[in-house]
Unconditional design. Sequence first.
Length: 97
Amino acid sequence: PCLSAAHDASQTVKVRISRFAFVPEMVEINAGDTVVWINEDIAPHTATAQDDGWDTATIETGETAWLVFETPGSFDYVCAFHPHMTGTVTVRPRQSG
């Protein structure tokens, strides 16, 4: 049988959208992990890659959106409605054990 450690499982990282900011602004995850954006703000927002490689579409107040990041790298993003809102997702290669 193949054994895997509990930490080998994919993880979910939450980013709150509050007071027109991504909190935390920077997250670091492993390839295959999920980022969930939770809009706790009074206005709709997006998480849109600055290189246009991905987009959550509009996240209304009280709603969530999520993306799975498979490719290692550093991905800067903004809110399409409020470009002063910025964030970064850094994706590390998944370590096999």
